[in-house]
Ligand binder design. Structure first.
Ligand SMILES: Cc1cc2nc3c(=O)[nH]c(=O)nc-3n(C[C@H](O)[C@H](O)[C@H](O)COP(=O)(O)O)c2cc1C
Length: 325
């Protein structure tokens, strides 16, 4: 997720378990052939056999609108040995749509098909090429047509974010429309959008007919969510936890937050470090009162050394306990 779920947060969240595969934030492709180092900067997992340090495969995602240019870039990317290549047909950002990319392409199924076919031809046959789409740009009338165009172009798998671009990120997600898409395509479909709890996951599965789910903001807010969903099994439909209680206790999450900070401090631009921690705390505080407290304490702090000291102070009670044990 561009600007939010990058390699730093992927590393941390995949340690929490329950995730079979990640898709990277989009890599924008327009008119140039990106060098390998650009792909490796955005998806450094490519230097680790394509996996996060917890061992979860990462599929890099490309975003663009020119079939030839996307195909040439996909070929370079494929040479770096990723776990497949994903194409973005869902981004709602104005700057992206103005250049005909992301969700804007859902107005033109014929172009979707040409993009997918060109990328499919450019990537070695055993390597999967998948796509992520919204239901449409202004309405969902052509959702099935778009899904079929992507399948016919050679998509091996389709993630459907069950909203149009016009819906932005406003609830609800129309999971039942994913079932309509599943009814017309033969390729596996993965359901996405508004899964915040185990109960949401079960309702999404029931309405969409999908067993595979993609989690976005729900996982950032509750890092134990994927494991809790996995524990229910893909066909579960019994009573599920509908509460907002997080699935990992704060004491267990705190070391991950500290590691996140360490990674941010060593791997991100200094100017971005404090903001990234506060951004994650801003999600976590919807589930954890302790994150709310941390967010309030750090909200006005941008000096990274002050945050280092704050983080060390959080660790002290734990260290003291360990020393006594
Ligand atoms: C800040 C932000 C950045 C995102 N970046 C991407 C992206 O780079 N590629 C992508 O396919 N989807 C991206 N998305 C969309 C999410 O992957 C997901 O489809 C959407 O948030 C719905 O799922 P959720 O309700 O579980 O969050 C982004 C969403 C947000 C909020």
């Amino acid at each position: 997720m561009e600007g939010l779920l990058d390699f730093v947060l992927r590393d941390i969240l995949t340690r929490a378990g329950g995730i079979d595969r990640c898709v990277s934030e989009f890599i924008r492709v327009n008119n140039t052939l990106l060098p390998a180092r650009t792909f490796e900067r955005i998806v450094p997992e490519l230097l680790n056999g394509g996996r996060t340090f917890a061992g979860v495969p990462v599929r890099p995602q490309l975003l663009g609108s020119d079939p030839q240019c996307l195909a040439e870039n996909a070929a370079v990317l494929a040479g770096l040995g990723p776990f497949g290549v994903d194409l973005n047909f869902g981004c709602p950002a104005k700057v992206v749509n103005r250049h005909g990319g992301g969700a804007a392409l859902l107005e033109d199924p014929e172009l979707l098909n040409r993009i997918m076919a060109a990328v499919r031809r450019a990537v070695p046959a055993p390597m999967p090429v998948s796509a992520k789409m919204r239901l449409g740009l202004h309405d969902d009338l052509r959702a099935e047509e778009c899904a079929l165009a992507l399948q016919e172009g050679g998509a091996e798998e389709l993630v459907v974010h069950a909203r149009t671009k016009a819906d932005a990120y406003r609830p609800p997600a129309y999971w039942e429309r994913i079932a309509d898409i599943r009814a017309v395509v033969k390729i596996p479909v993965i359901a996405n959008g508004e899964i915040w709890t185990v109960q949401d996951a079960q309702r999404c599965r029931a309405l969409s007919g999908c067993s595979a789910l993609m989690l976005g903001r729900g996982m950032v807010t509750d890092p134990g969510l994927a494991l809790a969903i996995a524990a229910q099994g893909p066909g579960a439909c019994g009573a599920a936890d509908a509460s907002d209680a997080p699935h990992i206790a704060w004491n267990a999450l705190l070391p991950l937050v500290a590691d996140f900070w360490l990674l941010a401090r060593t791997r991100l631009d200094r100017k971005k470090q404090a903001g990234r921690l506060k951004q994650w705390l801003n999600f976590l505080r919807h589930r954890y009162p302790q994150a709310e407290q941390a967010y309030l304490e750090l909200r006005a702090v941008s000096d990274v050394q002050q945050i280092d000291a704050w983080m060390a102070a959080q660790q002290q009670p734990r260290a003291a306990l360990t020393a006594r044990a």
